[in-house]
Design a protein. Structure first.
Lengths: 363, 476
């Protein structure tokens, strides 16, 4: 585990920090300018009594906002989040959570496309061939992932086949202790995937860890023509990483684990090295999103490299500004690397202090 | 640090995910066990029919002979443990280290397990009630000219094991002789005994491929129970409740074992005091067959006081003391929580007479360890919340009841020792569906007869009978 920035990376790390500070200034100017900002942040600034455009000149200055409360994202009107500067654009709304109560929403125009086009650059063409078709074996409905993966396939010249999968129903089944029903629902999703794989020439796929396991119980993906699997949506342990590579997929299928959500976008994994012992190390899509690892009891304090803490997300796009949002995850802080000269996160897992109340479904 | 691998049909597998069990005294990591991810378990369970097929290749006689050899290996030999080996004494010390059980109690449990392995033929005769165990090989036979046939209900049995005491392993160990592969989830603090039983069986000639050993999470345990044809679960009230509706799973939850004294038994309670002390305190009160309440139609207070006087003499001693009578709790916080729970319910006339005799509370420290010293709770009525409880240390309630209350007031009872000559009560007890094992007369609740399981019959659990007819020339 890297516990310090390597000296030969200092210059690159410094450059990325400067790029981030400049990006912060641009984004803050956009969101708090009465001509371009969204009603939520313009009202917020009015009530707060200070002008972020004057007082925020660097990423560190975002501390002045304090931690963002996710309840702000629940309920309507969702148009309060639409920046005036983008009001002429078609708006999508994506939801997260929602098995009980009002889900959190994020409005978007192009962010999901931009995020996945950037992510596309990290996928090796050998295993995710351009022009090949995809299977999207993940949540459907009001989820960003559904459209994002479809766009990823299209961006790479392919077509995405998808299934019907309602994760909220699965979570309800699990909460009621109806494990057999949940299992049947999972099989229903797998059956849809098998039908697609048998009927079409699919070479790439997105799926979640549990669905990947369930699919591989029914079919040999290599024999089915799959070359690359992009996996995410729920926690992945190092042991799952190893199991997926060694036993579910084998040496001829590329496994691309990711960490992402509706608010952040997509953090890509660093190519595994033997000394990582199957740890999954992700780097956020800087400067559009920043991941930090903060002290469990003092969310203002970033922990040392290698230390464990809670994940704190800051989203910085023209469509969405969310500063200092405490995720329901914990991990170790990872030092910058050559490919990603900024902080990463290692072995992200559900926040242990919340663990009893978090239910992760089939998806 | 010592590492215990997963055994995937006998093949050791070192997981990236591990869990550590600490030494009960030092609280320092003592052993690390590889943790199986749920997907790995699911994937392995797809091959359970292969393990079952291997066992079908042996005769019951051969398997019984191997069990006898395994008994000796288990008791006397150095056996593989991870990358190393473990002597019998190291085994005793290891169990003691992670569970707190004094050596003498571990040895007693060890002998219990070895006893079942050594007496496998008797055990199977008792479980099956077959005149000839060869019928287990053919699946068909006759008794007094009546055709009999049976078939295995599943390829393997998944077992979710506890951490409290190794004696329970004797309940699943006969499955191999019944040609059923085993998928075991060891208790997090007691990974030792199931591993050693497997190694003893393997040394005796049973193919390693019929054993799965999966230290894993709660979710992994659920997957084992869901994915195996038959299951066995040792757990607390909540765990037992979660699987109570699944007929594939034999549940071993709290026992609520009892002693009842009526009429002549109640009148002469003094002569049963030794039996009561043994039933309550043997194995440090950790077994489901330990007596957790005594129901008498006589003077409950007097009986409780006498019992308290005896049990109050039990004191913590060194782990290697051959007379050790009580075990510390591996987790001191658990001791304090349990004691707090008992205290919070001591109202409405209930009293811990043992604490009164000792002149001190039940939580005690000795050489850096935390103990729960015995409790004798005299409760004022059968309705009191402490009248029928079980806490995993030497804890017993004494309840005075009217003769007509028995046996309806007892509720679910794993073992019931009835000290009475009242034939009418005998009949009522024999007809009571809530009693798992009935001892008529002065028999400790702790005394087990392995040919008569006290909680389900393993043969009935693993096999089902079918109607069978065949023309004579087709029956060999």
């Amino acid at each position: 585990m890297s516990t310090a920035i390597q000296p030969d990376l200092f210059a690159k790390v410094q450059a990325s920090k400067e790029r981030l500070d400049a990006h912060v200034r641009e984004i803050v100017e956009w969101h708090f300018n009465p001509e371009t900002g969204c009603p939520f942040w313009l009202n917020w600034a009015q009530e707060a009594g200070w002008d972020p455009r004057k007082e925020v000149t660097s990423y560190a200055d975002l501390d002045k906002f304090g931690n963002f409360h996710d309840d702000e994202l629940r309920g309507g009107p969702v148009r309060r989040w639409v920046p005036k500067g983008l009001a002429h654009r078609p708006v999508y709304v994506f939801e997260t959570g929602g098995s009980t109560g009002i889900p959190k929403s994020r409005v978007q125009m192009d962010d999901f496309r931009i995020d996945y086009e950037n992510f596309s650059e990290t996928l090796p063409d050998e295993f995710f061939p351009k022009g090949s078709d995809w299977l999207m074996l993940g949540p459907s409905g009001p989820r960003r992932l559904r459209l994002a993966v479809e766009h990823l396939a299209q961006h790479r010249g392919g077509i995405a086949f998808s299934v019907d999968l309602d994760p909220r129903w699965v979570i309800k089944l699990l909460k009621r202790g109806l494990l057999q029903e949940a299992e049947l629902y999972k099989q229903h999703c797998i059956d849809q995937a098998l039908t697609i794989l048998r009927a079409h020439e699919v070479k790439c796929m997105f799926t979640t860890p549990k669905l990947l396991e369930a699919l591989c119980e029914k079919i040999n993906l290599e024999k089915a023509g799959i070359k690359g699997v992009f996996c995410g949506g729920t926690e992945m342990t190092p042991q799952f990483h190893r199991f997926a590579v060694e036993e579910l997929l084998g040496p001829n299928i590329y496994f691309a684990p990711t960490y992402g959500n509706t608010l952040m976008g997509l953090a890509t994994h660093r190519a595994p090295e033997p000394q990582d012992n199957w740890a999954i190390i992700y780097y956020p899509p800087m400067p559009r999103a920043v991941l930090e690892v903060v002290d469990f009891d003092d969310a203002e304090k970033v922990v040392d490299y290698g230390a464990t803490g809670r994940v704190r997300l800051t989203t910085l796009t023209k469509e969405t500004f969310i500063p200092r949002f405490l995720e329901r995850d914990e991990c170790e802080r990872e030092a910058p690397c050559e490919q990603y000269p900024w902080d990463g996160v290692r072995n992200v897992r559900p926040f242990s202090r919340f663990q009893k109340s978090v239910v992760e479904g089939v998806y | 640090m010592l590492h215990l691998p997963i055994l995937r049909y006998g093949k050791p597998y070192r997981s990236v995910d591990t869990a550590t069990a600490v030494h009960y005294r030092t609280r320092k990591p003592y052993v690390e066990a590889s943790q199986a991810n749920v997907g790995l378990i699911r994937r392995d369970l797809m091959k359970q029919h292969e393990a079952a097929a291997i066992l079908q290749g042996f005769t019951t006689k051969e398997l019984i002979a191997m069990a006898a050899k395994a008994s000796s290996h288990f008791l006397n030999d150095d056996l593989p443990l991870g990358d190393s080996t473990q002597s019998p004494q190291e085994f005793v010390e290891a169990i003691s280290a992670t569970t707190g059980l004094p050596w003498v109690m571990v040895r007693r449990n060890m002998e219990k397990i070895a006893g079942v392995l050594a007496s496998m033929e008797t055990v199977l005769m008792g479980l099956t009630r077959l005149p000839n165990l060869d019928m287990l090989d053919s699946g068909v036979g006759d008794i007094d000219g009546r055709a009999l046939s049976f078939f295995p209900r599943g390829d393997s049995m998944g077992v979710i094991l506890p951490s409290n005491s190794p004696g329970v392993h004797s309940l699943w160990a006969p499955a191999i002789a019944l040609k059923t592969a085993l998928i075991l989830k060891p208790g997090s603090s007691e990974p030792w005994a199931p591993y050693r039983i497997i190694q003893a069986y393997v040394k005796a000639g049973v193919p390693a491929e019929v054993f799965g050993y999966y230290p894993t999470s709660h979710a992994g345990g659920g997957e084992i129970l869901r994915g195996t044809g038959r299951g066995m679960l040792f757990g607390d009230v909540a765990a037992a409740k979660a699987w109570s509706g699944d007929p594939r799973i034999e549940i071993h939850g709290p026992g609520y074992s009892k002693i009842i004294l009526a009429d002549d038994g109640a009148a002469h309670w003094e002569k049963y005091l030794d039996l009561m002390v043994d039933s309550v305190s043997n194995n440090s009160g950790r077994s489901c067959v330990n007596c957790s309440s005594i129901w008498t139609t006589g003077d409950g207070r007097k009986l409780a006081e006498a019992l308290a006087e005896r049990l109050a003499q039990i004191k913590p001693t060194a782990e290697d003391d051959p007379k050790a009578a009580i075990a510390p709790l591996a987790n001191p916080d658990v001791a304090k929580r349990i004691s707090g729970m008992v205290d919070s319910e001591l109202d409405g006339g209930a009293e811990d007479l043992c604490a009164k005799m000792r002149g001190s509370g039940r939580v005690a420290e000795y050489e850096g360890c935390t103990y729960l010293l015995p409790s004798v709770i005299h409760v004022p009525s059968k309705e009191h919340s402490l009248a029928n409880r079980e806490f995993g240390y030497p804890h017993v309630s004494v309840v005075q009841v009217e003769p007509h209350d028995l046996p309806e007031c007892l509720g679910p009872t794993l073992v019931c020792t009835a000290l009475t000559n009242d034939k009418q009560l005998h009949h009522k007890l024999l007809a009571n569906p809530h009693i798992g094992r009935l001892n008529l007369g002065p028999i400790s609740t702790m005394k087990i007869s392995w040919d008569q399981p006290h909680e389900g019959n393993l043969f009935d659990h693993l096999y089902s009978r079918r109607a069978f007819q065949a023309v004579p020339e087709l029956v060999g």
